[in-house]
Ligand binder design. Structure first.
Ligand SMILES: [Zn+2]
Length: 157
């Protein structure tokens, strides 16, 4: 191999992971809207939960009892966050999941109650979804306790 070609191959090899990472970052394009724009597409209740980090009363969402096969999408930006295979009945009155799709959830600590809790939101639009706890079932041991109002269900056709 010619020396210049060899160097070119090395350089491409070094930078290709960066290129694919960049391509991935572009794939999850963030959805950014003003509060006025969000209010146009969300109900008052959805806005309170998604944009003001509210919590719905337990046993109020029809998604709590949803048993069909399908996907749960963020109601703000329609990104699929969970599948029906990740859902389980936690008995808490909120739709609960032990896992989520990769790269669609971001977390932060919430100090609203005395004990800090881990809040999580949609990584695409930043919409508040719920809190995650460590008392979930195997294999993850996680319980993603989600507001039903933050989700929309898409049954599998
Ligand atoms: Zn979203």
């Amino acid at each position: 191999m010619e020396k210049r070609k060899f160097i070119k191959v090395i350089i491409i090899g070094l930078f290709s992971p960066l290129v694919s990472l960049q391509a991935f970052a572009q794939q999850i394009k963030k959805v950014i809207k003003s509060n006025t724009e969000w209010k146009e597409i969300l109900t008052n209740h959805q806005f309170y939960i998604l944009r003001e980090e509210g919590t719905e009363r337990p046993f109020t969402s029809s998604l709590n009892d949803e048993k069909r096969v399908g996907e749960y999408l963020c109601v703000g930006c329609k990104t699929p966050l969970f599948s029906s295979k990740m859902k389980y009945d936690s008995g808490t009155g909120w739709p609960s999941f032990f896992e989520h799709y990769p790269n669609v959830i971001a977390t932060k600590l919430d100090f609203k109650l005395l004990i800090p809790r881990t809040e999580y939101h949609c990584a695409v639009c930043g919409g508040h979804q719920g809190h995650v706890f460590d008392d979930g079932p195997k294999p993850t041991g996680k319980r993603y306790c989600n507001n039903g109002a933050s989700l929309t269900f898409a049954p599998k056709a």
